[in-house]
Design a protein around this ligand. Sequence first.
Ligand SMILES: Cc1cc2nc3c(=O)[nH]c(=O)nc-3n(C[C@H](O)[C@H](O)[C@H](O)COP(=O)(O)O)c2cc1C
Length: 257
Amino acid sequence: MIYYFTGTGNSEYVARQLAKQLLEMPYVMNANSPVEPEGESIGFVFPVYSWGVPPNVEELILQMPASFWQRVNVEQLPVWIVMTCGDEVAMAPEMIKKILKKVGVAPESIWSVIMPNNYVLLPGFNVDSKEVEQRKLKEAPGRIREIGECIKAHRRCVDVVRGSMPRLKTGLIYPLFKRWGISIKKWHSTDACVGCGICAESCPQCNIVYDYSGRPKWGPDCCSCLACYHSCPRHAIEYGKETAKKGQYFLPPNLRK
Ligand SMILES: Cc1cc2nc3c(=O)[nH]c(=O)nc-3n(C[C@H](O)[C@H](O)[C@H](O)COP(=O)(O)O)c2cc1C
């Protein structure tokens, strides 16, 4: 059984590829996820946010009922983690270990998979060039196959790209991201918006509604996955002035499903 959370499709893609290889069922990680553990192992696939675990993923894991974790432990179902990232995960493996410790679970293995970057909210951060995006998408299947083989062989490992200064990034920058990373007020649509509804459909938190003017409005549950921004076919969604000149990325349609 594989749970995944995704904003722009990367983690869903990785989860689906692994599901095919391991003959497991992939499930979207949300409050209504199935609660009976099943299959040979339990996998969690999600993106890395600010060199840590997305706060909503932590919440979703912690809100799974105690009976779920009891069965995982009693039946000795191995738990494995795959984090997708644009480049590096720093100390995110230690963070997910701590979260899982709270539910009495020690993961068997943790991997990272480098996928196209979708983070654009701060100055200096943008999506990858088309060449880099294509290279990452070309290299991902080999990495995913390798991970699948290790899961089947029950290899115990932490095999991730940490990058430079990992303690500083996770220890110092992640808490700032958690506290200040998203300002709901900054999300808005421009006059290019035609009210098509794609942004609302793409929001994994169901956090976008349409007001009387036919324009999207953001509720309080934004998890900063950027699905709304990247899915807009008219680049009509902006975050303050930060994103006006930034690119967009969404997993290409031929890789979905
Ligand atoms: C809020 C936010 C923070 C991110 N922080 C990091 C990071 O610390 N390191 C990194 O390599 N990529 C980072 N990224 C990029 C994503 O982890 C990466 O593109 C991921 O594959 C997106 O997965 P998804 O398509 O399943 O949402 C970040 C993306 C977002 C939206």
